[in-house]
Every structure is written in C-alpha cells, then in structure tokens.
Design a protein around this ligand. Sequence first.
Ligand SMILES: [Cu+2]
Ligand SMILES: [Zn+2]
Length: 229
Amino acid sequence: MSLLRFLVTGLILCVSDETKQEESSKLAIEETQGKLNLLWLAILYPNIYGHLYEGNWTYAACELKPSTNLEAGKPQVTGRVLFKQIHPHGKLKAIFYLDGFPEDANQTGRAIHIHELGDLSNGCDSVSGHYNPFKVRHPNHPGDFGNFYPKDGKIRTLMVNLQPSLFGPQAVLGRSVVIHENADDMGKGKNTGSLEHGNAGKRLACCVIGYCTKELWLKAYEELLKLRD
Ligand SMILES: [Cu+2]
Ligand SMILES: [Zn+2]
C-alpha cells in the first residue's frame, strides 16, 4: 500500500515538474521570438528601435504604497505590479503581487486600474482619472484590469493579453496603478460614474510605473509558479 502511495506521489510530482518545465520552455521560446522581432525592428528602424534592443526596456514595475490620504482603519495595501511586453506589437503581461487586505473570507472584489498621471503629491487623489488615450468609456480603457479577490489578505495573479503598452506614444510608463476599496461595476451601474470609473470607491494604494530589470519579473514569476505546485 505504502509502495503504491509512493509511486502515485512520485507520478504527481513528475507531472507538476513537467508542467513547470513546459511553462519555462514556453517562456524561453516567447523570449527568443520577442528578441528576434525586436532585432528585426532594430535593423529596419535603428533610430526608433535600436536602443530598445540594447536595454531593459521591456519590463516595468510599480511599487505600491498606501495612499497618504487613507483614513484610519482602511486596508494598508503594499506590494507591486510588474509588467512585461517583449516587443512593441506584443501583448502585455502583468503580475499582481499585493498584500495588506483583510484576511477574513468573503472579501469584496477590489478594482485595479491604470490612471492618467504619475503625480502622487496628494496621495492617490492627484493621479487624475482612468488613462483614456482613445476617448472611450469605462470599462474599455486600456488599464481597466477588472476585479481582484484577495485570498488570505493577498492577491497573487498573472494576467496575459492585456491592452496597455510599454512602447510608443500610448506607453503607460510614468502613469499610475490604483487599487480601489470597492469592486468595479464594469460599466453596468446605470449612472455616469459607472461609464467613467466603475464606481470603485476610495483609492487605497497607488504607484508610478517605471522600467525595471528582467530579474524582478523572473523572481515574481517563479514565486507564482511555486504557489501553483
Ligand atoms: Cu481607478
Ligand atoms: Zn476605466
């Protein structure tokens, strides 16, 4: 019986190890494709893309701090959001790695958006509204990430195929990420606020998006994979 259990456990471990290997080789292929794409662009348009190929321009980080205007008793959210986009025409990926939500079960959804400015001079209240370069209604802004449901006070999520870009005139660098107190009604609230900001309530925490190294992304990515094991 114990031999059988040993074999089954071994099998499960093997399978999860294989999934992990598959994921990291998928990641490596993606990286190579992205690098090749960027290399072509750098050869064709050296003035525009030459510097991108050389440096750490494809990863960004946003280091969250609770808003300085936060009232006592509200969740003190910290952590970071990381972004990765391997070439200008590729889709963005994001890792949300947040702490500080209440630990009790049945937590409400928390909206997360990209806001227009990176101005934290008045806490998270000076970052203006949702970043809206295409003049569309909420929830179609590029940084409308939707609702997140913390587990044990934490959010640990990877999102792929996202709309915002780290490249070009609509790059989100220098803009901000805001974590809200309430859920986003996703434009279904039947009032004007719903089509502007989803009535997501107070701004708990925010940060400014800036370039970072690949290592920061990889560290967070590996931790996410570990959580899945
Ligand atoms: Cu917002
Ligand atoms: Zn929006």
